[in-house]
Design a protein around this ligand. Structure first.
Ligand code: KG4
Ligand code: ZN
Length: 353
């Protein structure tokens, strides 16, 4: 079976082709056309611009994605219907509907958050573990630019949201902090890079100026499983404003701030995730979403899981950020729900898992 999938939930136009044989998932093509350069000057995604780009890019990327096939010989179409930016989602949904109509193929609506979780079922991940009967219950932490959610999973398709951010998502917080510090968009990878430089200077014993920045770990001691990151961004802004313009531009200040902000976010994410795993006696944690590409988060969560006797599954980095291979995998697991009546499918910016 071959599945063609489309994701236009945010600022990446993504089309992928997945082959499934004997329950083995093989990515034939996974194309991501990034709009980062376009949105960088706004320090975030500009929805109407993103929508226009999706419209322009989709037919080109669709053609490219199909190159491994002789004809349009795929069996199913998967498309992200939400959550995401509504005008962007509609571009993918309408494109998929046209395909379903013109080619007479069944269409499967896919939830973007579920796709970030099921990215762990794609090749290069620890697939043998995923088929183990003792995998569930699993605690999934989905951390992206739009979401920070803790989801209890009792099987594929069986989810219960146990905690989420009350304001900004973790990725959004990285992006806003980067903007305050004058760093580029998206903020997560640049803050990761600045923080890494800072740590290697400290580890190398280099004498560097210290600003003794201390940021809060919002809600870390609260007994719920929710997050809040907007206060953290404000704390960064206050510290930044209290410094002289010379310090604000100094690489040591920027690096120390990046390192402290990253650590604050990681501390809260790890503490709450492990708390949920213990509460629900889960022996597996699954990580997904763009922020899961952070090497520091991966390293620190891995060592915490090792000491807590919890198994950790994380997708390879290019499957953490938005892509359509994860959408194709999700469509595969929901293939029985294929909708012949494609007219009914709608985009839903606030789709819940
Ligand atoms: O999942 P994703 O590609 O798109 C959404 O569904 O939102 O996530 C994008 C987010 C951005 O906020 C970006 O700053 C963050 O993921 N991100 C990272 C890293 N790479 C991307 N955050 C921390 N470290 C990274 N290496
Ligand atoms: Zn995403």
């Amino acid at each position: 079976m071959k599945i063609l999938a489309i994701d236009t939930s945010c600022d990446d136009t993504c089309v992928a082709l997945l082959k499934i044989k004997n329950r083995k998932l093989e990515i034939l093509n996974n194309i991501v056309s990034s709009q980062v350069k376009l949105h960088a000057k706004y320090g975030g995604v500009y929805p109407s611009l993103a929508k226009r780009e999706h419209q322009k890019n989709l037919p080109i990327i669709f053609k490219k994605a199909l190159r491994p096939l002789k004809k349009k010989q795929f069996d199913l179409i998967g498309v992200t219907t939400g959550p995401g930016l509504e005008p962007c989602l509609w571009q993918g949904v309408n494109f998929a509907k046209d395909l379903a109509k013109n080619l007479g193929k069944p269409l499967i609506p896919v939830n973007h958050i579920e796709a970030h979780i099921l990215a762990n079922w794609l090749p290069d991940s620890t697939l043998h573990i995923l088929h183990s009967r003792r995998l569930f219950p699993v605690v999934s932490l989905v951390v992206s630019g739009g979401h920070t959610q803790l989801i209890l999973m009792t099987g594929i398709g069986e989810y219960k949201l146990v905690g989420e951010t009350r304001d900004d998502a973790a990725g959004e917080c990285f992006d806003k902090i980067a903007k305050i510090l004058g760093l580029s968009y998206p903020g997560g990878p640049v803050i990761d890079a600045e923080a890494t430089k800072y740590r290697s200077c400290l580890e190398g014993g280099r004498q560097i100026p210290k600003y003794r920045i201390k940021l809060p770990r919002p809600m870390i001691y609260q007994r719920n499983y929710d997050f809040s990151f907007s206060g953290l961004k404000t704390a960064v802004l206050y510290d930044f404003r209290s410094r002289s313009s010379k310090i604000r531009k100094s690489r040591w200040y920027i690096q120390e701030m990046a390192s402290e902000a990253q650590q604050a976010i990681i501390d809260v994410l790890i503490s709450k995730t492990v708390k949920v795993a213990k509460k629900f006696r889960s022996r597996t944690i699954i990580l997904g979403g763009g922020v899961a590409a952070s090497q520091e988060l991966r390293n620190q969560l891995k060592s915490k899981c090792l000491t807590s006797d919890i198994r950790l599954l994380v997708p390879v980095k290019n499957l953490c950020t938005d892509n359509a291979a994860m959408v194709a995998a999700t469509a595969y697991f929901h293939k029985k729900e294929a909708i012949q009546n494609w007219q009914k499918i709608k985009a839903d910016a606030n789709l819940k898992i």
